[in-house]
Design a protein around this ligand. Structure first.
Ligand code: IFM
Length: 449
């Protein structure tokens, strides 16, 4: 069966500053929370650090060459706050501005549209020292940073995202296995409220510019949980928790419906976690948006018994893979949920989707990544069904252009279409790179082949 996507469909790849740029201590850049976190022994697998990463700070030309080889019509990247404002606020680092001007110029010359995220997890460390997202002043700090970006790059960026996956801030402040590594549920909840305010105020600031073509939205990942045994009370409760208390509901409800959901409010009340809020906060958060960016990786089936078993094996040090099943079909359901439950009736972009390979499998297995092709095919097939159902999905970005610094997993997880040789910084196309280039050329693929 031939699957063909709508005319003018956006095909892209995605990256993020802290994961590819390197140049961490060059040309005046300040440290981010990830630079500091990764220097603490045991925080990152195999001690990986983002100091050099893929060295895109020096290799922007090669990156854009790869985009041309793939034939993408859009590139999703993020700005590094600490490269632009090394202390988070105050003096602007002109070398940082120059770097992004160069990148945007290269993209323009190549006819590739820019999709840029303002904040993709890498808070300047100086701001974390003042409480980071836990401090309501973050709203003004974020606005100062966003203003520098809008002043310098406004209409050169086609799609602006205020945030990528805000849940990462929860992970860094609550369970603490992301930077900055704090374990404080109350602080984490307060931080998320402030983050949402940054988003709302950021959109308001953007609107004040009346840009000609630039549009603004937000990227929220959705890992939808389903009860493994429908009707089983424990599984149902777990799925509800996964969606509303610790998942996408934390964001989609205030962004699109207004206020926090009933289950989340109840959880706040019962645990003394209700964030400090001010009148008008929810109106600020719920700004009309031009697009919604969906990062989709999988659907999750919660079976309390199996999860306990898995947990036990993990405690015993057993070698077992976390949630090994793939559920690409969940994408269609998620798209319907966005429309039907959250009333998302603006264009949607799949701003990330991809599959990791373990570095330990070795270079040859990483280059011959048929499993990634099969997985992406599955996702694109369900995406296409969603479009046929009438959901307005305008584009798809594969995560990622090349293997890069995968946060707590360091360099052990490889997501790229290009294999990054971290010794030589060479990027080598994997089997999936030529497959994806063909999908883009043909605006689709043969589902049977
Ligand atoms: O690498 C990350 C990215 O930064 C955010 N979304 C998920 C990706 C894969 O884990």
């Amino acid at each position: 069966m031939q699957i063909r996507f709508p005319e003018n469909f956006t095909w892209g790849v995605a990256t993020a500053a802290a994961q590819i740029e390197g140049g961490a201590y060059e040309d005046g850049r300040g440290p981010s929370i990830w630079d500091v976190f990764s220097s603490i022994p045991g925080k990152i697998k195999n001690g990986g650090k983002p100091d050099v990463a893929c060295d895109s700070y020096h290799l922007a030309e090669r990156d854009v060459e790869m985009l041309k080889e793939l034939g993408v019509n859009s590139y999703r990247f993020s700005f590094s706050w600490s490269r632009i404002l090394p202390q988070g606020t105050g003096k602007v680092n002109e070398a940082g501005i120059a770097y992004y001007k160069k990148l945007l110029g290269l993209l323009k010359d190549a006819g590739i549209k820019a999709n840029a995220t303002i904040y993709h997890w890498d808070l300047p460390y100086a701001l974390q020292m003042k409480g980071g997202f836990g401090n309501r002043d973050i709203v003004n700090w974020y606005l100062e940073y966003a203003k520098v970006l809008f002043d310098n790059f406004g209409d050169d960026v086609d799609l602006w995202a205020t945030f990528n996956e805000p849940i990462a801030t929860y992970v860094g402040y609550g369970p603490g296995f992301f930077a900055p590594g704090i374990q404080d549920e109350k602080y984490a909840r307060q931080a998320l409220h402030h983050l949402l305010l940054c988003h709302g105020e950021g959109v308001k600031l953007f609107r004040s510019y009346s840009f000609k073509k630039a549009k603004i939205g937000i990227v929220v990942d959705v890992w939808k949980h389903y009860p493994g045994r429908p009707g089983n009370a424990e599984d149902e409760a777990m799925a509800l928790q996964g969606n509303e208390i610790r998942g996408f509901g934390m964001f989609l409800h205030p962004l699109f419906l207004g206020g926090y959901s009933e289950p989340l409010q109840a959880y706040f009340r019962e645990n003394g976690l209700t964030p400090v809020m001010r009148e008008g906060d929810f109106e600020t958060i719920r700004q009309p948006l031009d697009f919604y960016g969906l990062n989709f990786y999988n659907g999750l089936y919660d079976n309390a018994e199996k999860l306990r078993e898995m947990q036990k094996k993990r405690m015993e040090g057993g070698n077992y893979q976390d949630r090994p099943e793939n559920h690409p079909e969940a994408l269609r359901d998620v798209l319907h949920m966005l429309k039907e439950k959250y009333g998302v009736n603006i264009p949607i972009y799949i701003t990330e989707n991809g599959m990791p390979f373990d570095d330990a499998q070795g270079k040859a297995a990483n280059l011959d990544d048929q499993a990634r092709i099969d997985y992406v095919k599955g996702v694109l097939t369900w995406l296409h069904k969603g479009i046929e159902d009438g959901i307005d999905v305008r584009g798809y970005y594969l995560w990622s252009l090349m293997d890069n610094f995968e946060w707590s997993a360091g360099y052990a997880a490889r997501y790229g279409l290009y294999y990054t040789d971290y010794e030589t910084l060479e990027r080598i196309p994997k089997k999936s790179a030529s497959w994806y280039a063909q999908v883009i050329r043909e605006n689709g693929f043969d589902a049977e082949s």
